[in-house]
Design a protein. Structure first.
Length: 64
């Protein structure tokens, strides 16, 4: 099997998913949530409480 590389498709993907500067509080919050959901950041007790407050839920739902 020969692997092929489509440089045009790769360019499209890079353009669509380039890292962007975070300029607003909303973008910052989204980036933080993305990191947590993707497993790039562990949830500390302080962060657990902040998430609970933000989503208006009990903090214990964020832990098994």
């Amino acid at each position: 099997m020969t692997l092929t590389f489509n440089s045009d498709k790769y360019k499209e993907l890079l353009t669509a998913y380039l890292p962007k500067d975070i300029r607003t509080e909303a973008e910052n919050e989204q980036a933080l949530v993305d990191d947590i959901l993707n497993g790039n950041q562990k949830i500390t007790p302080e962060l657990t409480q902040k998430l609970a407050d933000f989503f208006h839920v009990e903090a214990n739902i964020f832990h098994e």
